[in-house]
Design a protein around this ligand. Structure first.
Ligand code: PAF
Length: 273
């Protein structure tokens, strides 16, 4: 497995073969969720490259940029074991200059929900993903459905900018008790981890209500909030796949999202119906 740190070395690696390349962009602190993306890429493509880069432009002032979990050694081992061919681990100065042409997330989808709570976050995500996609020139790039809004915006950017990569959406990975895997789970105390289960339980409740015939979103949201009682809920939202709020759940076109703070940790989760 090659560790690549510069743009020149990445270009050299990329031009050394013609087979299909799968790309898994990450910020490191790899967990089962990432492993699932990586395994999918390894099975779909001849070569897989993972990027590990804690992207400063997607963190707002006061967020956890400086304390974001770093696990370089174990990240490398995981990649090696999963059959990754290369890891791209650039420095900030490799990725950014002082004066940059910026990308803005679209008003509607970029500044609601996560984008409303974290204004500018998606501009930074799109900026770095555009750079990474252009650098890696992958055939397929893999993103988790857990970051549903990020996924939708990246799909839109690829379409709007005529990028030729396929974006592959991969299901959220959960622990046995339902907790969605996230690098930020590392911040949770034992008690907070128990409380955090309320997020996935509220989503299960939404799916259950729909299965037994309830499709009114207001009713479902009230029931979800009951399950979430005791948490500092930022939003519960039910949208269609284009992220428009809807009144009634439609099968195969709905995403139910929840964001809450458990102690100081902000967690997001969603379920696709
Ligand atoms: O989902 C993430 O880990 C990040 O937002 C991404 C896509 C790697 C961009 O920094």
């Amino acid at each position: 497995m090659e560790i690549i740190r510069t743009v020149e070395a990445l270009k050299k690696w990329r031009s050394s073969f013609n087979e299909s390349v799968g790309f898994v962009p990450t910020m490191g602190a790899l967990h089962e969720g990432h492993s699932t993306l990586i395994k999918r890429s390894v099975s779909d493509n001849s070569k897989t490259i993972v990027s590990i880069f804690v992207n400063p432009t997607q963190f707002l002032a006061g967020e956890d940029l400086n304390t974001y979990p770093k696990k370089e050694e174990s990240d490398r081992k995981i990649c090696e074991l999963l059959g990754v061919d290369a890891i791209f681990m650039p420095e900030i100065s490799t990725m950014y200059s002082d004066d940059e042409v910026l990308i803005s997330a679209p008003n509607i989808r970029g500044y609601i929900l996560e984008g409303h709570s974290r204004p500018g976050h998606f501009d930074g995500v799109l900026q770095v993903v555009m750079k990474l996609l252009n650098l890696v020139q992958a055939n397929n790039a893999y993103f988790g459905k857990k970051d549903a809004q990020q996924l939708a915006l990246i799909e839109q950017m690829v379409k709007n900018y005529f990028l030729s990569v396929n974006i592959i959406a991969v299901d959220t990975v959960r622990q046995n008790d339902g907790l969605a895997l996230s690098s930020r789970n590392a911040y949770l105390s034992e008690n907070e981890r128990k409380e955090a289960l309320k997020l996935s339980r509220s989503l299960k409740e939404a799916a259950h209500l729909f299965q037994v015939g309830e499709n009114n979103c207001s009713v479902i949201k009230v029931k979800m909030l009951e399950v979430l009682d005791g948490l500092d809920v930022e939003y519960v939202s039910i949208v269609d796949r284009s992220f428009k709020e809807i009144e009634n759940i439609e099968q195969n076109n709905t995403i139910v999202l929840v964001t809450a703070r458990v102690g100081a940790t902000r967690l997001i989760d969603n379920i696709w119906i």
